[in-house]
Design a protein around this ligand. Structure first.
Ligand code: PLP
Length: 407
């Protein structure tokens, strides 16, 4: 196996940025508790407040609107555990949003989406009009960009429709952060979710962006940290890394055209290798870094393993759990045919992706998708479980077959 690795799974998590590492190491030497009044405490507080400014700049928000959490999942739960009268949401939302939505006691309205997974504005307006008057707040949950397809939602339009109807908006900006301008204040959003590890910060820290005047009750109760919106001593090191990553990510917004060119070259090559390859949501407005590719008859799980052996890290759209091949809820909601969904491979690029990486990927893809005659087992395999006896899969028998894209 080649030791030279090409990492094309930035939507799962991005490599730690050197700026974030340096900020975390420096913060480790700050001995104080940010709530303490002495000099040590004030030093730790200064680190947290500097990071708050950096994250606020990335979100297009004010520092007073940033609440640090353990990640976007906690931030989503904080918002969704409130008793909403009605929640409008769609099935393309991340499980971090869908799961707490589905456990909410309020009325749930599933929004119509088109075949690319884009929320239909007219359908949203009609659904909001049907919500009617009543006691209790109404929420619209709409992500900025999808983690599997990269598709962008018309967030400005959704926010305007919600505002007109008196509904609040929760926007999961985890995948959009550092890739497109966010504009929490400009779009007059009510809640935004961010996660540090998707932008080159550490795992296990994120933020809820929320209006300073919000009366949202904390999910984690205890001390009065984070303006009484999230209890517990702040994770100063992780927050410092998040802040540094946010600043670096914001300064790299202009890298999108370079990344898009690499992504487009990959897509063109994939189509050239197999003319029947499908780029899911390829015609929709989407992030420059994400491509969801399906080659009919080539099982995604098998392909992930084959590419991994060739030194390429990508994700599959379906996972083999307990002997069953699952289907991505996002692709099911987009009404993608099961045989295409089972073949879907997510390729997600980032700041470290080079032309050489794209070329290595294309070579490995060509070998894996258009195998030499003796390797015919790779064609027509219907899911990793179906091909579990293949030589390729057997090499991985001690490890899970593939990771899903619920990240
Ligand atoms: N929302 C989206 C779109 C994601 O891709 C992820 C990633 O896992 C999350 C939410 C959850 O973020 P976290 O890992 O910080 O809980």
């Amino acid at each position: 196996m080649s030791t030279l690795r090409t990492y094309l799974d930035y939507n799962a998590t991005a490599p730690l940025r050197p700026e974030a590492r340096a900020a975390m190491l420096a913060a480790m030497d700050a001995v104080g508790n940010p709530s303490s009044v002495h000099a040590e405490g004030r030093r730790a507080r200064a680190i947290v407040e500097r990071a708050r400014e950096q994250v606020a700049a990335l979100a297009g928000a004010r520092p007073s609107e940033v609440v640090f959490t353990s990640g976007a999942t906690e931030a989503a739960n904080t918002v969704l555990r409130r008793s909403w009268r009605t929640i409008h949401y769609s099935r393309v939302e991340h499980p971090a949003v869908v799961a707490p939505v589905l456990s909410s006691p309020g009325r749930l309205v599933e929004l119509a989406i088109d075949g690319d997974g884009v929320i239909d504005g007219e359908a949203l307006a009609a659904a909001l009009a049907r919500t009617g008057d009543g006691a209790g707040p109404v929420l619209v949950a709409a992500q900025f960009a999808n983690n599997e397809t990269g598709v962008l939602q018309p967030v400005a339009q959704i926010a305007a429709l919600a505002r007109d109807a008196g509904a609040a908006v929760l926007c999961d900006a985890v995948q959009a952060a550092g890739r497109v301008a966010l504009g929490f204040d400009a779009l007059a959003l009510d809640y935004m979710l961010l996660s540090a590890h998707k932008i080159g910060g550490p795992k296990g820290v994120g933020a809820l962006i929320v209006r300073e005047a919000s009366t949202l009750a904390p999910l984690i109760i205890g001390g009065g940290q984070e303006s009484r919106k999230r209890a517990g001593t702040e994770n100063v090191e992780a927050i410092a890394g998040f802040g540094a990553a946010a600043e670096a990510a914001l300064s790299e917004l202009g890298d999108g055209a370079r990344v898009a060119a690499l992504r487009d070259a990959i897509e063109a090559a994939v189509k050239e290798i197999r003319a029947d390859a499908v780029i899911l949501a390829g015609g929709a407005p989407r992030l420059a870094n994400t491509s969801l590719i399906a080659t009919p008859g080539v099982a995604a799980e098998t392909l992930v393993i084959k590419l991994d052996l060739a030194g390429i890290a990508v994700s599959a759209g379906s996972a083999c759990a307990s002997g069953k091949v699952g289907q991505s809820p996002v692709l099911a909601a987009m009404r993608v045919a099961p045989e295409i969904a089972r073949a879907a491979i997510r390729v997600s690029l980032g700041r470290g992706t080079t032309t050489a990486d794209a070329e290595r990927f294309i070579d490995a893809w060509r070998n894996a998708v258009a195998p030499a005659p003796g390797d015919a087992h790779l064609r027509g395999a219907e899911g990793a479980c179906a091909s579990a006896t293949s030589a390729t899969t057997r090499q991985f028998s001690a490890a899970p077959v593939a990771a899903s894209m619920g990240e």
